[in-house]
Design a protein around this ligand. Structure first.
Ligand code: NDP
Length: 237
């Protein structure tokens, strides 16, 4: 049984991760930002503990981390899942939207890790799982800010794995392909079908399929894996 903090656990892949870890008997604290009703329903369904947090702000993340430690005693596994997507030509992205995407998707990961790491280092053990995207690996047209933020998450993961490996802490990244969640609700059906057709497995993925990889990376079965980017994309890239 482990103590898990899932940052961005109210919907989609994060909510699937809450269910997966809880069904395995782990203690789970998860954060939500806007989806209070969904977070409360997930609490009732799974017994996991929700805490409000805006990852764009370091202080808000610290409150969530402190709450997780006070509820569970420690954090064995940190999952940095919160993110927003944006579809726009680079010439149309405003500077404030750029800042919002980088703050949420990249700085938010930095804040969570910075607030959790000291306790992991003092215990000389821990597991951190970041969430990138196949677009962070290969880039997506009209998703320059999102792709840049997710490429940053990959760089952060690889560098941090080297830095904290000697402290017994593993850091890995899950890199999903197209997954059926709210994040893609504005993508038109023909674009989704096109991606499914180009995918060797012939479909988009489900949130539970990403959560299963998180569960594996958090387990002792992955005890010699660190600094890696694990694609969950049906073979698309
Ligand atoms: P969803 O849009 O379904 O959920 C996003 C989650 O992030 C929600 O729990 C949301 O909380 C949280 N969040 C967003 N902004 C903030 C914020 N400022 N502070 C705190 N929490 C925030 O996305 P997915 O489940 O699809 O995506 C999960 C992860 O997987 C993301 O990192 C995404 O980039 C990545 N990914 C997803 C893919 C896909 O096709 N779905 C493909 C590749 C990567 P709330 O609702 O409470 O505001």
């Amino acid at each position: 049984m482990s103590n898990i903090l899932i940052v961005g656990g109210s919907r989609g892949i994060g909510a699937a991760a809450v269910r997966t870890f809880r069904s395995g008997g782990d203690n789970v604290v998860f954060t939500y930002h806007r989806s209070e009703l969904e977070a409360d329903a997930l609490r009732q369904e799974t017994g996991a503990i929700p805490v409000r947090c805006d990852v764009k702000h370091s202080d808000s993340v610290k409150i969530a981390v402190d709450k997780a430690i006070s509820e569970m005693g420690s954090i064995d596994v940190l999952i940095c899942n919160a993110a927003i997507a944006d579809f726009n030509l680079i010439t149309e992205i405003t500077e404030s939207r750029w800042e919002e995407i980088i703050s949420t998707n990249l700085s938010g990961v930095f804040y969570a890790i910075r607030h959790v790491l000291p306790s992991m280092i003092s215990r000389k053990s821990g597991c951190i799982i970041t969430v990138s995207s196949m677009w962070g690996e290969v880039g997506a047209s009209c998703e320059v800010a999102y792709s840049a933020s997710k490429a940053g998450v990959i760089g952060l993961t690889k560098a941090l794995a080297k830095e904290v490996g000697p402290s017994g802490i593993r850091v890995n990244c899950v890199s999903p392909g197209m997954i059926d969640t709210d994040m893609n609700k504005d993508v038109d059906d023909s674009a989704v079908s096109e991606i499914a057709d180009e995918t060797p497995l012939g479909r988009v993925g489900q949130a539970e399929e990403v959560a299963a990889v998180m569960k594996y990376l958090a387990s002792d079965d992955a005890s010699f894996i660190t600094g890696q980017v694990i694609p969950v994309n049906g073979g698309l890239i």
